[in-house]
Every structure is written in structure tokens, then in C-alpha cells.
Design a protein around this ligand. Sequence first.
Ligand code: C5P
Length: 219
Amino acid sequence: MKNLIQVAIDSPAAAGAGTQAKLIAKHYNLFYLDTGKIYRFIGKLKIQNKKKFNYSLIKKKVKKMKIKNLNNRNLLSDKVATEASIIAKDKKIRKIVYHFQKKCAYNPPKKFNGSILDGRDITSVIMKKAMFKFFITASVKTRALRRFKELKPLKKKISYVEVLKSIKKRDKNDYNRKYSPLKKTKDSILINTTNLTKKACFLKIKKIMDKKLRINGNI
Ligand code: C5P
């Protein structure tokens, strides 16, 4: 039996990791989980339940959470993203969502050849033993511009400077928090997307993956 293909990606906000993860998932038929959406789901819960927001509410909602809940467009806003990066500092909240991520990583639905997860602590905590580990990054200005272009159609009044500020704030939260901070693990391959097109970036990753998958007999 062939080994499941496991891909772990970490990246700061808006570095293009999600785009690459989707392309990789499609190409290799992998189950994809955007783990940031789980923290956004809880961030949104906090915005909607200011007074009732506590661990038991989070546990209850996460227990019932389905992948389709994570695809909800209302999780995309900058306000939700900022709230996500605040609640994500909480050790107990990270513990609540740990098993959901582990299950997706190690028991993907049978029709897939494996799994791919992206987030902030995937290479360091969730999929430490993944076959492939990538750290995808880009300059903060490039990331803010990409994010601005993404958000503009959803929120007409948003400005580039505002987006840059919020990305910097999230970087600060994610790199400096006590539990599961964002970092490049020694065994992760660095991919800097600042001057790469989506396609060029994908081809770079594919080349790395194909080489190992051929040796392993997966392809
Ligand atoms: O990836 P995305 O930008 O949607 O993530 C939103 C926030 O969720 C991040 O800024 C980060 O604080 C948090 N997060 C995390 N660990 C993950 C994924 C996301 O702490 N694995």
C-alpha cells in the first residue's frame, strides 16, 4: 500500500499559502484544510456572542462544526481575521481545535491520496512528521497589496494602508505569541513568493514534491 501524501504548510497572513495549497490539493488529489478558518470561525463566534463567549460555548460549537461551515464567506473579513489572531493566542482554545485538525491530517476521507493543511503551527505542532513541509512567505508590502485586492470587492471603503496595518498587527500576534507561534521549522522548505507568479510558485513546489514522490513510489 502506498503511503498517504502529507503536506504541511505554514505562512504569515496573505503570503499565498492558501492559493498554493488549493493548487497542490487539486493536482495530487489531497484533502485540503485551511486551518485559519477554524480560528476565524471562533473569532466570529466571539464577535457575535460578546457576553456569552466562553470555553464551553466554543467546545459546543467546534464539536458541531463541519467543513462547510468553514467555507462561509462571512469568515473572510479583516475584522474576523484580527479577532482570530487574538483568540488564537489562547492555549485552551488551541487545544479545543487540535483534534479536529489531527483527524483531517491523518484520517482524510478515503477518496483522497492524502492531506494538505495550511496555517501557523502545522509544521511545528499539527503535522510534525509530514512528508512535505513548506514555509511560504512574501514581503509585508506584497502581502498587504494582495490582501487589499482580495478584500476590495467585498468592502469598497477599505484602503491599502488599513490592510497593511492589520497585516502587521496579525504578524506581531502570530510570531510573538507564547503558544504555537508562527516560525519556520528547520526541516521546512522556504518558498518566497514575493517575485513569483502563482504558477511559477506552484511549479517550484511541484518539482520538489515530484522528486520525492517518485523515489517513494507514490507517482
Ligand atoms: O490563515 P488565516 O489568515 O485565515 O488565519 C487567521 C488567524 O488564525 C491567523 O492570523 C492566526 O492568528 C490564526 N491561526 C493560527 N494557527 C493556525 C491557523 C491560523 O493561530 N494554524
